[in-house]
Design a protein around this ligand. Structure first.
Ligand code: HEM
Length: 483
């Protein structure tokens, strides 16, 4: 009966991509390869653009409406706060942490976590971003002048060190010891989750448990939880004293301290709940901003004129001084801000999110969605919708962010509405600090041609592993700038 209702909805929406009985469109996602998964998602984004904002996607018998129109999206993001059931595969990993939690749990956790992202707290983190990015700039000497090299490891460990120090008050020194089993395990588990989400034949637990993927999943999960568990245990011991000592001083209060206190101190979150929330912060905060900063570095390498303009802006703010960046410098770096936003538009670190329709809703475009429908919020497609970005929507042009947006939900790398990303400003500050620090020290480039291919003008090949990543692992050339 439900399927009949979904079929009825889907008939009102155009989709020229062939779907088969039982499989639906899942045959397009059968490969293990993340780049192939992303190509299929891009195809649905383009199809929705062609059809005026919506298209259908059948994942086996499960129906999704894919949306790339900001007017419909604004409505959906304000009315449908529940995550789609397909996120249960991510929930198997991080439990009821705020990001995938059902709405009643989410409301409580959001209330506790939100105040910790106040401007005062965020500004107090900037010296940590500045210090950690100077460590990164130093580490990058390893690849300076060595031709094409990946910057991923450097930016990922920078993000890890910054998040752990700001959120948990723990120095993990990932930059100096970059072989962190936690980071590799996290990357691999994301890949497994992404694959299971798009392959309905892997949905039943009875099937999945028989496959080697499940053994890997459990092993990666163990590594990740061991890491987080150790941190929490050590912090629980010292936190009480730390908090007492910091009272009345200007010392930085970490998220972990703030959320423990806000949720009632010793009688607040259990160890397990604190573990879930901590894991969300580390998970949501590390790879996403590392991916965003790494894509930005790749874009600067491809657009030397834009890079020079950003460097000029840095010279205006810092002159010839090597002084560390401060929180007052960040709002002055307006062009760098536009470059990062333009990068997040073309290469959103989270290209797709999925919400669930709980109550019947009629979208501004006139289509009525029934309970149980999934909504595929196509961030990648929305960002390339020519109706809102013009005919040059696929071109990298940061200047577009110096003008007002055509619609507030046309640019949604951090999602939109009451359940948007809590770390939005944190991420912008961390990424800006990292990219500014690299640019002050290095010129970023790429050879014009490689194997006869015009590198600068070829779009990056990206994969979908929950997060979107460059399959070449963000490869560029670095040369030291001579002052
Ligand atoms: C470029 C970097 C980042 C991007 C692109 C990003 C993107 C997102 C997206 C798309 C969501 C899902 C929202 C939804 O379902 O509507 C989200 C949620 C969230 N993000 Fe971020 N994020 C970034 C960085 C961060 C950082 C640095 C933190 C924390 C330090 C953070 C914390 C969170 C939290 C707590 C949520 C869950 C919010 C909720 O469900 O209420 N994010 N983020």
């Amino acid at each position: 009966r439900y399927t009949d209702r979904f079929t009825e909805v889907s008939r009102k929406i155009k989709c020229s991509i062939k779907s088969y009985p039982v499989l639906g469109h899942a045959y397009l996602f059968a490969s293990r390869d993340g780049a192939s998964r992303m190509r299929s998602f891009e195809m649905f984004g383009r199809e929705a653009i062609k059809n005026g904002g919506l298209t259908n996607l059948w994942m086996g018998g499960k129906y999704y409406v894919a949306v790339v129109d900001p007017v419909d999206l604004e409505f959906i993001m304000k009315t449908s706060l529940e995550k789609d059931e397909v996120m249960r595969f991510a929930r198997n990993f991080i439990g009821n942490g705020i990001i995938f939690a059902p709405v009643p749990i989410w409301r409580l956790r959001r209330k506790i976590l939100a105040p910790t992202f106040s401007p005062k707290n965020l500004n107090s983190f900037v010296p940590i971003f500045a210090h950690q990015s100077s460590v990164m700039a130093h580490q990058l000497q390893d690849i300076e002048g060595k031709g094409r090299c990946s910057v991923w490891k450097y930016l990922n460990t920078y993000a890890m060190d910054s998040v752990c120090e700001t959120a948990l008050g723990v120095k993990v020194n990932a930059q100096e010891n970059s072989d962190q089993p936690f980071m590799k395990a996290f990357e691999d588990i994301c890949s497994l989750i992404a694959m299971r989400m798009v392959q309905p034949w892997l949905y039943p637990n009875a099937v999945y448990r028989l496959l080697p993927y499940n053994t890997d999943f459990e092993e990666y999960k163990r590594i990740v939880f061991d890491f987080i568990g150790k941190i929490i245990k050590s912090k629980r011991k010292t936190m009480k004293e730390d908090t007492e000592q910091k009272k009345g001083t200007n010392d930085i209060r970490t998220f972990l301290e703030l959320i423990t206190e806000a949720s009632g101190g010793d009688r607040g979150y259990s160890d397990e709940e604190l573990q879930e929330e901590t894991l969300v912060l580390v998970m949501a905060g590390t790879d996403t901003s590392a991916v965003g900063a790494s894509f930005t570095v790749c874009m600067l390498a491809r657009h030397p004129d834009i890079q020079e303009r950003a460097y000029e802006e840095l010279k205006e703010v810092f002159g010839d001084s090597n002084r560390p960046l401060t929180s007052e410098d960040l709002p002055r770096l307006k062009y760098l801000d536009a470059i990062i936003r333009e990068t997040l538009r073309l290469y959103p670190p989270v290209p797709i999110i999925v919400r669930s329709v709980e109550k019947e809703i009629t979208l501004p475009s006139g289509v009525t969605l029934v309970p149980g429908c999934g909504v595929l919020v196509h961030i990648w497609g929305t960002h390339r919708n020519p109706r809102y970005w013009g005919d040059d929507a696929d071109q990298f042009r940061p200047e577009r962010f110096l003008e007002p947006l055509k619609h507030p939900a046309a640019f949604i790398p951090f999602s939109f509405g009451p359940r948007n990303c809590l770390g939005y400003q944190y991420a912008m500050m961390s990424m800006k600090t990292a990219v500014a620090t690299i640019l002050r020290k290095y010129r970023i480039s790429l050879p014009g041609k490689l194997d006869g291919v015009d590198v600068a003008n070829t779009p990056l090949t990206v994969s979908f592993d929950v997060m979107m990543k460059d399959v070449d692992r963000f490869t560029v050339q670095l040369e030291k700038r001579i002052k």
